[in-house]
Design a binder for this molecule. Sequence first.
Ligand SMILES: [Fe+2]
Length: 368
Amino acid sequence: MNRPGIEELRSIQFFSVMSRRDLRMIARFASVKTHRKGEYIIREDTAADTFYIIRNGKVAITKKFEDGEEMVLAMQYDGEFFGEMALLDEGLRSASAVALESTVLLEISRRDFAVLLKKAPLLAYAMMRELSVRLRGTGALMVSELQRKNRELKQAYRETVNAVVNTLEARDPYTRGHTDRVTKIAVSIAKSIAEEKELDEEDLFTIEIGALLHDVGKIGVPDAILLKPGPLEAEETREIQEHPATGKHILGNIAYLKEALSCVLHHHERFDGQGYPEKIAGEAIPLHGRIISVADAFDAMTHDRPYRKKMDHQSAFQEIEENAGKQFDPQIVKAFRELLNSGVIAQVLASLETNSNDPKTDSAAGIA
Ligand SMILES: [Fe+2]
């Protein structure tokens, strides 16, 4: 085995401040090895028992995600180190290390480090402190990278869902903008009750996606009914009332939309159990559905239809309030009142106006 010399060790930054005595001790345990360019020094998910310090060379630390994408966690150069977890436990490697050029490494095995701990605890402790600083840095990097991937994934969901919604809205000019407004209002309501109802970031995202998709089932309603410029016949109403179940059917097999299905299926349930499609009542109606129900009704009432003029915000809210406990969940109505009175709703809607000056509503029967 090739042991390093004292001066060789001292030339490595990691050891540069250590005493000659300490370096002599380390020289007895460390070995020196050269790795070719492209050689894997460590492979992810393999057993680990060695810690590495780069005497000279260049090493990439990489990690594979489930989707196969390989992320470079760090680039390591002369004097830097990797594989430190092997000194602490016997777990599998959490990342790979590959030499990007011919690289000379100093290697210390877990068994040797354990001897070092016994014989020179202060030296071992100093090394551990160096290592822990790095571990913390790597942990923070991993967390931020995962957050980035998560953000990208959510954005991809939004864009896909928006494409579907745009297709739906292109068919019926009266729905243009309705979905966005309902979504903004529903998310505002959800945020305002998040603490009380223990809604986390994921729940808010589910409500956002669910609100965007709430009327997707209208794709199955014939034009003659959907675009009819007047009140509907009973049979036509029945057909339009199919849209929550149709929506659920359309989206039912898409795993990542599973959580949002309750918004699609239950946004027309009534608090008194007289809604549709399942006629469930009170808190048996999923919260997401109860929230979208209020947002949907408010937006429908505050926008023109060919046969019905729009109402102002206060009149529309009055109607909603009169229906608290009948059509709507009184707690959601209360939260919505606070948002209206504090100007949050006006603000949220104004932010959308810049994108569209053609606010129309969706529903033939107001809140169908
Ligand atoms: Fe609907």
